[in-house]
Design a protein around this ligand. Structure first.
Ligand SMILES: Cc1cc2nc3c(=O)[nH]c(=O)nc-3n(C[C@H](O)[C@H](O)[C@H](O)COP(=O)(O)OP(=O)(O)OC[C@H]3O[C@@H](n4cnc5c(N)ncnc54)[C@H](O)[C@@H]3O)c2cc1C
Length: 393
């Protein structure tokens, strides 16, 4: 069993671990750039298992990693289609294999990054330092940033609503040119709604290929056959392709927590939680990618200034309240939720909605958005969640 010391350990080499590594290796501070870093994960090969979408590109390490961008989006509900052209944003997507390959290459070239393929078993404080226990030994560092394990304090955080966003996606190619690579379908709610609020999104990369993703917000997952049936039906009915007319070249599957609890900033004194384990998932949408990059840029800036990373809350108070209200309706009133989405996209511009979801809007804009929605469900959610809203959410 190995036992070694480093300056910094990054435990977990997914989106958050790799983006933090990128910020550290690109720091303007030479001392920080040259720190001895251990990057640990149970698997360190380059695989495609996620397709990340986001619309605020400012925090992405490499613009050229963007696989495709769309300026036009559409949403469908109750037989109506709402289309919008973005001016403030673009809707981007990055493939996880492109992202991972690039940052692994940087790590190999850097000379001060050690890679460790091992199971991470736990973290502890050790005499003013931090310790990581793995299947291959124990490693210490001044500080650890971890995205691999659930923080121990998580179960004690206030929690009223716990949903999952679960989904499966197929990247398909077809001989027939059925896609428009200029328009992405953000949400199509005109699919069966029996398992929870359900929609399909489509990321068309060319006339002949697209990722078709079937997504549900609910407490319980469904079977693999259930997802496959949802995607197949959509491809047959909406895209009008029968199974002999397309090939599936890649599949992905995932679950993202949609919860109203705050995540502890630290695992223990010298171990910071980052990424999903740092509570960076936006509770009402599941979007995490931009928030990961924003937070890691903040961590790197603090280290550059010789400070400890701030224990920042993921969102300002009023956005936490909005998230709780939306989550409450998604959980307790799935049928009203589709109406809420319908009205949201019918009465507001896509730029305003994306700005709101990115928490970039000001209070008057938010008031305008909420006044465009059915108000009764939101009043009910405020009443049901008053104990949380009154005590800081
Ligand atoms: C399929 C999928 C698609 C998504 N799409 C989007 C999207 O479009 N937009 C968006 O904003 N968000 C999206 N998300 C949510 C979020 O952005 C991703 O989950 C993102 O990868 C989170 O980054 P992370 O570093 O926290 O976790 P991960 O990327 O999952 O990284 C965690 C790492 O820890 C390692 N690990 C875990 N446990 C151990 C252990 N015990 N020992 C060793 N290693 C361990 C894993 O191997 C993994 O590499 C998606 C999530 C999934 C699952």
């Amino acid at each position: 069993m190995e036992s070694r010391s480093f300056d910094i350990i990054i435990a977990g080499a997914g989106a958050s671990g790799l983006s933090l590594l990128w910020y550290l290796l690109h720091s303007e501070d030479r001392a920080l750039r040259n720190k001895q870093i251990l990057l640990a994960d149970r698997q360190l090969s380059v695989i495609r298992d996620k397709t990340w979408c986001f619309w605020d590109g400012r925090f992405l390490p490499f613009e050229d990693l963007i696989h495709h961008s769309w300026k036009s989006l559409e949403v469908r509900a109750f037989g109506n289609t709402f289309t919008g052209t973005l001016s403030d944003y673009s809707y981007h997507c990055v493939k996880s294999d492109d992202y991972t390959a690039r940052i692994f290459q940087l790590a190999r070239e850097a000379g001060n990054v050690t890679l460790l393929e091992a199971d991470i078993l736990g973290f502890a404080d050790a005499g003013g330092k931090a310790e990581m226990e793995t299947s291959k030994g124990t490693f210490t560092a001044e500080m650890i940033f971890q995205s691999a394990l659930k923080p121990p304090g998580l179960s004690t955080m206030k929690l009223d609503i716990s949903l999952k966003q679960h989904f499966a996606g197929w990247h398909i190619t077809s001989e027939k040119p059925v896609f428009d690579p200029e328009i992405s379908t953000l949400m199509d709610f005109d699919v069966p709604q029996q398992s929870g609020v359900s929609f399909v999104y489509v990321l068309p990369f060319s006339r002949h290929d697209a990722l078709v993703e079937y997504t549900i917000f609910s407490e319980e997952l469904i079977s693999d056959e259930g997802y496959a049936h949802g995607i197949e039906s959509y491809i047959r009915e909406r895209l009008e392709l029968d199974s002999s007319q397309y090939k599936t070249i890649y599949t992905e599957k995932g679950t993202i927590p949609m919860e109203d609890r705050s995540y502890p900033a630290r695992y223990c004194d010298n171990v910071w939680n980052i990424g999903t384990m740092g509570g960076l998932t936006k509770p009402s949408t599941g979007y995490t990618f931009t928030r990961i990059h924003r937070r890691n840029a903040e961590i790197a800036a603090a280290l550059e200034a010789g400070k400890q990373p701030p224990d920042a809350a993921a969102s300002p108070y009023r956005f936490r309240v909005y998230d709780m209200m939306l989550l409450y309706n998604l959980h307790h009133h799935p049928e009203i939720s589709v109406t809420i989405f319908h009205e949201l996209f019918r009465k507001n511009s896509f730029d305003n909605i994306l700005g709101f979801l990115e928490e970039k809007t000001k209070f008057p804009q938010e008031l305008k958005i909420f006044s465009s929605l059915p108000w009764k469900p939101f009043f009910k959610s405020i009443y049901a969640l008053k104990h949380r809203i009154a005590t800081g959410a």
